[in-house]
Design a protein around this ligand. Sequence first.
Ligand code: ACM
Ligand code: ZN
Length: 752
Amino acid sequence: MNCHIQKAFILVLFLFSFFDCKSQKREECQILPTPVVYKRVKGNLYLSNLLGVNKKYWPKGTLNQMESMFNIFHDIQIKDTTGKGFIRLRKLQNVPKDFYSISVSDYIFISYSNDKSLYYAIQSLVQLIKTEDEIKYIPKAFIQDYPKFEWRGLHLDVSRHFFSVEEIKKYLDLMAMYKFNTFHWHLTDDQGWRIEIKAYPKLTKTGAFRDSTLIGHYSKTPQQFDKKRYGGFYTQEQVKDIVAYAKERYIDIVPEIEMPGHSRAALAAYPEFSCSEIRQEVPGLWGVFEDIYCTKEESFQFITNILEEVVDLFPGKYIHIGGDEAPKSKWETCKKCQNVIRDNGLSNEHELQSYFITRIEKFLDKKGKKLIGWDEILEGGLSPNATVMSWRGFKGGIAAARKGHYVVMTPGSHCYFDHYQGKSNEEPLAIGGYTPLKKVYEFNPIPDELNAAQANYILGGQANLWTEYIKDFKQLEYMAYPRAIALSQVLWCNEKPPYDDFSKVLYDSHYKKLSFLDVNYAKSSQRASIISQIHKKGISLKLNSPDSSDIFYATIQSDILDQVIKLNLRVGEELIIKRPEKHVIETKIKFESKNTSLTSEMNFTKHHALGVQVNYLTKPNPQYNYATNLLVDGQNGARPWRGHQWIGFDTSSIVMEITLPEKKKIKALEFSFLESQGSWIYLPQEIQVINISKRKKNIRSLRNINQEHTRLKIKRRIKKLRIQINTFSKIPKGLPGAGHTPWTFLDEIVFH
Ligand code: ACM
Ligand code: ZN
């Protein structure tokens, strides 16, 4: 250690011990992601429009970035000066990876460990500057900071919808602002091939364009198409430009070239590399397609020739090869694929996929690259050095980490930003699911199941932006922000502040920055909302608004009253929806908030089990279980599926018990299921109802369920029921998701 560095290190140690890391007033700090230490010191440092730095001490790239950011955000110019300058630098060693510190006193003093950490310091510094009455200043403070995880990623699917070079650059600028360091660029999929490959010009000439695109949601029948040609691609020159742009912002790009599935666009251009070799168009429908790359030698040649060009374009360590959602039906009947199975002593098509990925891994290894793929690459055996991106929950990531493989956590429950983020009907059409801001904030990439050694294999996390329903950049910004900022907290902060503190900084400071940058961020988390809870007489609705003086006008209509009831409700006041004495009652309530734009219409079915206890002997999948009382809350799940209202199960048998407060004559039970085969959501095969309040159990059962709404006659006085719902153990051949356990989605069991 040279003397200069040693002195600086002692200073850092001194400061570490002097300041309390868990500063009580962390919410005063405007920087997001929140730094490890923020210590406010008395006074402000006032800034002019011209700041002197001694440029010879600065890495050139970082200096350019700083000049540009100071100019854009604060109209401050940087001028070269002799002497120490206004912003002074000191290089450190033996500090945590990517460590920096900033001390704002009568000048600005930055200590940093590498050029990247200096860049992070500049990002923080830019966020610290305030302007009031045209006076610029920084509240004097001391900051120390370094990231928790080394993979802090955002993904973008440019296949389903295409985004221009300028839009990608804005996406990267925003990522850099929030200290993300990995851009996962999903460049190929069924609906469009988006990267120029010189050896195979038809990939972009044919594969980058589709003739028509689905209108509205996949589950809407009949499906309609817009009959408009759609597409685009990036030339290799544009790719290089974007890679360089990302590098200046210390962002690595991980390109994804999907295989063996999600390859219809490539196969539209080169059908000879599929099993059937039959030409098909680039689809304009979403979902999973049966035709995938064949495992014959020619296909490997094709894929590795493509990868040759890809590895040369992307200097980063990782190449993502997809590996998800590859149906095996074509391989099962393809002579050539079956020969590969036989010749290599493989036992089935899952092992064939593993063989496929392992061959690709060997190729990448020779090129000095690391393979990463979605968690399906675990099936049939993980190739030796593969890194796993866990998207179907945490399970795949846990299994991989236990085997000593590196993992990036990106579970659908917290990291799929194509899900809805609010309950309002004004949310733009989305694929489904419900991932509000707070849920993202609660994400922990390290599951409790892992011990400390295994946890070391978790590189970090990432949010995915699949764009089937994200048509343009404005909508992309809406889906990504502010959720990406919550994720930056998860991935950067060693100890993130409570959600309410984060939310306040977001509201007070960052929404203004986003507006200034013309980012169409979502205001869903700021909307007034209606919270439904169990009440002893049924369901209570509590009104919640960021503005405590808000008043809601409620208009209540029901099918047994001629009159419309009008009420004024203050924030926090409850409205009770009671179970009926006799018949089921349909009620419609419209809420209008005085102070915010919220209007909300809710339809209630008041029935005998409203708000009663449901005991799930089979646990719903945690990703699709948003509240404890969903099944008997009087509200039916919306169609198309809007995540928050439905309960989803991924088991072939579902058992639950429902207890009424007292014995009641029940005429019938009405079940409401969701069917969306493309999403592997199927109607069940059988429902059994068992009366367990009597010693002699009465059983009713129903088979051949072929509608989403199904009624089962009961005609008995009952108190406690057990309901068992059986579905396929595996989805039958020929149907989407064949061979996998189907999903069952249920919302509201109405007790008539
Ligand atoms: C995925 O969402 N199919 C990785
Ligand atoms: Zn084949």
